[in-house]
Design a protein around this ligand. Structure first.
Ligand code: GUN
Length: 291
């Protein structure tokens, strides 16, 4: 058996198209354009790439992009003051502070300073609390995108056994909340879980978000299960030449694709959904804030 490959690129393109249509309608009917502010502190190369992709795609869907690039030695107080200014700015509907922040800055303090109704990452404790108590909230982008891929692959998720491997605040925990909300039976496993392969083998849905390259093997997967690989790991690729690298997920794709019913590739699976859902969240935040 060979798994259906879940095309995150195509799904993300569809979502961006729907967001662009709605942005055009808001502009025509109500005369306003949603705005997304992204704050980058420092020179982390991966973060720079993410931030410029976010800005480019924000403009492509017709929204206004505000980019704030600050030097790595910016004092914490200046970052907090910028966030406060963006909170007050009526043209800004969404605020995203790119993580990781330099070590001298307390990330929690910065994230908790973002106004919850502009928190398009869904990381503020108010949004985390609302998600876990089933109230309306802005939902973290990667789990939100993963849920969209699951729904488009499986339709209804009610009653299915889901195992989330990883317990981060950014992916694992919110993913578990969303699966629970969709009436799945959810297990949150992690690197210290006893007999992780046996736990995964129970699952109709495996979500791998543990940050360990190719940890989840094909013989951990129940035949026909759906596998969502959230990992993005850069590893050496000597087969491509000396010093070359490649991107791999947290799932050993070659072996898992032989057993699973459907699987996301890396790259081209969950990754493209993250920015598309960020734009979706910005649109949602704009509509709620502006009534
Ligand atoms: N760094 C890596 N992923 C993310 C994300 O989803 N949001 C933010 N703010 N920073 C990140």
């Amino acid at each position: 058996m060979s798994a259906k490959v879940i095309d995150g690129k195509a799904e993300a393109e569809r979502l961006r198209g729907a967001v662009a249509e709605e942005v055009a309608r808001l502009k025509a009917d109500h005369g306003f354009v949603p705005g997304l502010a992204v704050v980058l502190v420092g020179e982390d190369p991966a973060s720079k790439v993410y931030v410029s992709s976010k800005a480019k795609q924000t403009v492509e869907v017709g929204m206004t992009s505000y980019e704030h690039k600050l030097p790595a030695d910016t004092p914490e107080a200046d970052v907090l003051a910028l966030v406060e200014r963006l909170n007050q700015d009526p043209g800004v509907d969404g605020i995203l502070v790119q993580l990781p922040l330099p070590k001298h800055i307390d990330s929690t303090k910065v994230l908790e300073t973002i106004a919850p109704d502009k928190d398009v990452d869904g990381f503020h404790v108010v949004n985390v609390g609302k998600l876990s108590t089933g109230q309306w909230s802005l939902v973290p982008c990667t789990p939100y995108g993963s849920m969209m891929l699951l729904r488009s692959t499986l339709g209804k998720l009610s009653g299915l056994e889901a195992v989330v491997v990883g317990r981060s605040n950014i992916v694992g925990k919110p993913m578990a909340q969303l699966l629970l909300k969709a009436n799945c039976t959810v297990t949150v496993a992690h690197s210290r879980t006893k007999d992780l392969p046996a736990v995964c083998r129970r699952a109709d849905i495996v979500v791998a978000a543990v940050g360990i390259p190719e940890l989840v093997k094909g013989d951990w997967i129940k035949p026909g299960a759906t596998v969502i690989d959230v990992g993005i790991n850069r590893v050496p690729a000597p087969e491509k030449g000396e010093g070359k690298t490649k991107l791999v997920g947290d799932v050993d794709y070659a072996s898992a694709a032989k057993v699973a019913g459907a699987i996301t590739p890396v790259p081209g699976g969950v990754g493209p959904m993250t920015i598309a859902t960020l734009l979706g969240n910005t649109l949602i935040a704009a509509c709620r804030r502006r009534g």
